[in-house]
Design a protein around this ligand. Structure first.
Ligand code: 13P
Length: 256
């Protein structure tokens, strides 16, 4: 059985003080069983990683901290970027890579996603690799091929034993922040195809071990139908992760 994972991608939201309050709100509602039964990850903005980590550390809460981006080089003249070591130092143990917003607005390519995933694995940080098609690709009907090619590119040259510890988040672009969630059947179809792709690239053990999350307007009203699907192991949450009660509801839904 795969351990579910619920990750909150806070995107470019929350000041330092708001970060502390939200992390406290989630920490206060956390339960000891989270440690064993689910991986809960909060991904605040880069300057607020330490603030969130300090709250979690102080409370000794069963919650991990994730970053939203990283650079693959160890150091150097890369203005505005942060390395794996810098993230580790502030308590980061997960990192989102290849989010569609980074691919679209910051020209992040499949090759960059691959380099970031490799650097993170090397540093002992778990990559959460995002894939997902636009509405145009969905309407064309080529979305399974499109998403599979993103998965193949992201995991090229990575060994199976390392790949299986990574997380993939399927986030159809047309469902992000739009309120238009993929139906459980639509999400399951793609998550199953992703698992099939991992099985072909590596082996069935790797595919069975890897966690695949759904992201895109997941909220308390629709979480149950999505996470009961066999290939959906949790969620990568945007809007609903900015409210402690909603986010904790989503976490608890994975434990039922
Ligand atoms: P929403 O949950 O706001 O649709 O965002 C999903 C997302 O992009 C998480 O990474």
């Amino acid at each position: 059985m795969r351990k579910p994972c619920m990750a909150g991608n806070w995107k470019m939201n929350n000041t330092w003080a708001e970060t502390v309050l939200l992390a406290q709100g989630i920490s206060n509602r956390s339960e000891g069983r989270w440690e064993d039964d689910i991986d809960v990850v909060l991904c605040p903005a880069m300057p607020n990683l330490k603030a969130a980590y300090s709250v979690i550390e102080f409370d000794n809460a069963p919650i991990a901290i994730g970053a939203q981006n990283v650079h693959w080089e160890a150091s150097g003249a890369y203005t505005g970027e942060a390395s794996c070591e810098m993230l580790t130092e502030v308590g980061v143990s997960y990192c989102i890579v290849g989010h569609s917003e980074r691919r679209e607005y910051f020209a992040e390519t499949d090759e960059m996603v691959n380099k970031k995933a490799k650097a993170l694995i090397q540093a002992g940080i778990t990559p959460i690799v995002c894939v997902g098609e636009s509405l145009a690709v969905r309407d064309e009907g080529t979305y399974l091929d499109f998403v599979s090619s993103q998965v193949r590119a992201a995991f090229a040259g990575i060994e199976a034993t390392r790949a299986q510890k990574c997380i993939i988040a399927y986030e159809p672009i047309w469902a992000i922040g739009t309120g238009r969630t993929a139906t459980p059947e639509q999400a399951q179809e793609v998550c199953e195809a992703i698992r099939g792709c991992i099985s072909e690239m590596f082996d069935t053990n790797c595919a069975e071990a890897m966690r695949i999350l759904y992201g895109g307007s997941m909220k308390p009203e629709n979480v149950a139908g999505l996470i009961e699907k066999p290939d959906i192991d949790g969620g990568l949450i945007g809007g609903a992760a900015l409210d402690a009660e909603s986010f904790v509801y989503l976490v608890k839904a994975c434990l039922e």
